[in-house]
Ligand binder design. Structure first.
Ligand code: C2E
Ligand code: CA
Ligand code: CA
Length: 550
């Protein structure tokens, strides 16, 4: 840019009329690009002031002066007319044109004629309203919600698309969003302050996620690096305006780009399923929020990218946080990558459940173990039962609603039981023990796993011990004595043992029985076991290998 000298307030005000008349105040155009497709989705007109002597002045230097002197309103109308003239010229030349956004100062809103004035200009040049957009800022609401709401309604009645500029710069952003019915949101990368991975990135990403709920397209502004553009894309925001693609361009250069590039319309990131009212969902006072927080138990909203398996929490309710324990708060959870809590196996389980939910459009349940870490409570291993349901989708991006329940206690108890069972089993395997349980009242016998495997027993034998005798497992010469044990157990005798040559192989086993009684002394069950007799050196042992072979 040629050497420019900053103009002072009196000079600016003094030559304002000339500047309008001779088009010293003019527009440059910055294209807006879909980072995924490379197509142009629109452009923003930015005001410049070229003084014949002092050179080009930047808006940061002269707009505050114009605002202070109540001149911005006329400058903005001048830019609006400049844009209409350009669109008319292009339409007449048969070009395929693109919507151009014009900035609206908050002072324009105080001017009750503003909407009528721009409508007059638009009609004068006969520009279809879809080729014009208006940018307002959060600060427009400073003059009161009623005023801005009325202007917004007027603009919408005429069919204008209204963009919320510099969204997130004020602190009442979220409330503004729910009150003001804007059509596009512009996020400025400047709010990141070079901090993509940190807090700033988290805020941006949650804003983008949230705007998806509102079915509102988002344009990222001030994008200077590929890293920033890719980051925005990863949060679901594909529309980029910034030096990375183009600086604000003089008219002729802009037209060149416009003719070169393909065009496409701005579309919302995600379509919500019809039954949910997104606006109400985000309203802290709505019934939906009340229900989300108080009645549904632990619940979360998150997004899932099917191609990359990325997961990102958008919102959790208080009970969700409570289910996870660990004294966490909602912010801790929404900022972090949820996968850090999962090991590979549990991650796989969760992903499979989500994919089923996507495929069948129904609720899917899964249980996953997670490792939770918090500053105050250290580390904890918890099991969460999740019921998952898809509530919104955009090409590869799915919005999920999850209800969760902490089932750690229940799971640990079950694991304990099966661990005990496992230990019991291994002990038997190692000790060559066969075991069974006999119920006195019903004469039913339940064999252990080994009995079933080695002796071909079913899981339940009725009228015991007859089946074992019939099958020849218990030898005939011991049959009567064995039957007698069972009768005596009925009468309350508590312990029996003998060495018995079992099965057709007549293999010596040490058979024992122990009786269990209830608190009144009534016999309930008897626990039987048969242990292989190995290297039993007793001389009086009648069933030795030799005697078997006789
Ligand atoms: P804005 O509406 O937020 O416009 C975006 C500003 O960011 C522009 O500054 C643009 O040149 C700059 N920008 C674009 N890409 C990048 C980038 O990659 N990195 C950086 N660092 N900056 C980038 P500009 O043109 O100096 O305008 C400054 C502000 O002046 C605008 O901010 C807007 O608030 C105001 N303004 C500009 N034109 C008009 C207008 O016609 N009417 C009114 N009322 N205000 C205007
Ligand atoms: Ca703007
Ligand atoms: Ca901006």
């Amino acid at each position: 840019m040629e050497d420019a000298q900053k103009m002072r307030e009196p000079e600016l005000v003094g030559c304002f009329e000339d500047a309008l008349q001779f088009d010293h105040i003019y527009a440059v155009y910055q294209p807006q690009i879909n980072h995924s497709t490379g197509r142009m989705v629109g452009a923003e007109a930015l005001m410049r002031w070229r003084h014949p002597i002092y050179g080009v002045q930047m808006p940061g230097d002269f707009i505050p002066v114009l605002e202070k002197n109540n001149l911005i309103y006329r400058a903005d109308l001048h830019i609006f007319e400049t844009v209409c003239k350009l669109q008319r010229k292009c339409l007449d030349a048969g070009m395929s044109i693109i919507p151009i956004s014009v900035n609206m100062s908050r002072y324009d809103i105080y001017n009750t004629n503003y909407v009528d004035e721009i409508e007059g200009i638009r009609l004068k040049y006969d520009i279809p309203v879809k080729y014009l957009r208006l940018e307002i800022t959060e600060s427009s609401a400073i003059g009161g919600r009623e005023l801005i709401t009325r202007v917004l309604r007027q603009l919408h009645d005429h069919g204008y698309t209204v963009e919320m500029d510099d969204f997130g710069s004020g602190y009442s952003s979220l409330n503004i969003l729910k009150d003001l019915d804007v059509d596009v949101i512009k996020l400025d990368m400047a709010f990141l302050a070079g901090d993509i991975g940190g807090r700033g990135g988290t805020i941006l990403s949650s804003i983008v996620q949230m705007t998806k709920w509102l079915n509102t397209p988002v344009i990222a502004e001030g994008v200077e690096t590929m890293e920033q553009a890719d980051y925005m894309k990863s949060t679901g925001c594909n529309y980029i305006q910034g030096y990375l693609y183009y600086r604000p361009l003089p008219e002729e250069e802009f037209l060149e780009k416009m003719n070169q590039l393909e065009h496409e319309p701005l579309t919302p990131g995600m379509h919500l399923i019809k039954t949910l009212d997104a606006g109400k969902f985000w309203d802290p006072n709505s019934m939906e929020t009340l229900i989300f927080n108080n009645f549904v138990g632990g619940a979360a909203i998150f997004t899932f990218k099917k191609m990359t398996n990325e997961l990102s929490l958008v919102r959790v309710n208080r009970k969700y946080v409570r289910e996870l324990g660990m004294n966490l708060n909602e912010q801790d959870l929404v900022g972090d990558d949820p996968w850090v809590q999962f090991d590979e196996e549990n991650k796989e389980i969760y992903i499979r459940a989500m994919k089923r939910a996507i495929e069948f459009g129904d609720e899917e349940t899964c249980e996953t173990w997670r490792t939770m870490v918090s500053d105050c409570c250290g580390e904890d291993h918890i099991c969460i039962r999740s019921s998952l349901r898809v509530i919104g989708e955009a090409s590869d991006d799915y919005l999920f609603y999850a209800m969760i329940q902490n089932v750690t206690k229940e799971k640990k108890k079950m694991l304990q039981v099966s661990a005990d069972e496992g230990r019991y089993k291994t002990a038997f395997e190692q000790a060559n023990i066969y075991a069974w349980e006999y119920t006195i009242a019903t004469k039913e016998m339940r064999p252990c796993f080994r009995c079933m495997r080695d002796l071909g027993f079913p899981p339940l034998l009725k009228n015991y011990p007859e089946p074992a005798i019939e099958q020849g497992i218990f030898p005939p010469e011991f049959a009567d004595e064995y039957r007698d044990w069972h009768r005596r157990m009925e009468q309350g005798e508590e312990y029996f043992e003998a060495i018995v040559p079992l099965t057709v192989g007549r293999i010596p086993f040490h058979v024992r029985y122990t009786l269990e009684k209830d608190e009144n002394g009534k016999p309930l069950k008897a626990y039987g076991s048969a242990t292989l007799v190995v290297d039993e050196p007793e001389k009086d042992e009648p069933q030795s290998e030799e005697s078997k072979n006789e």
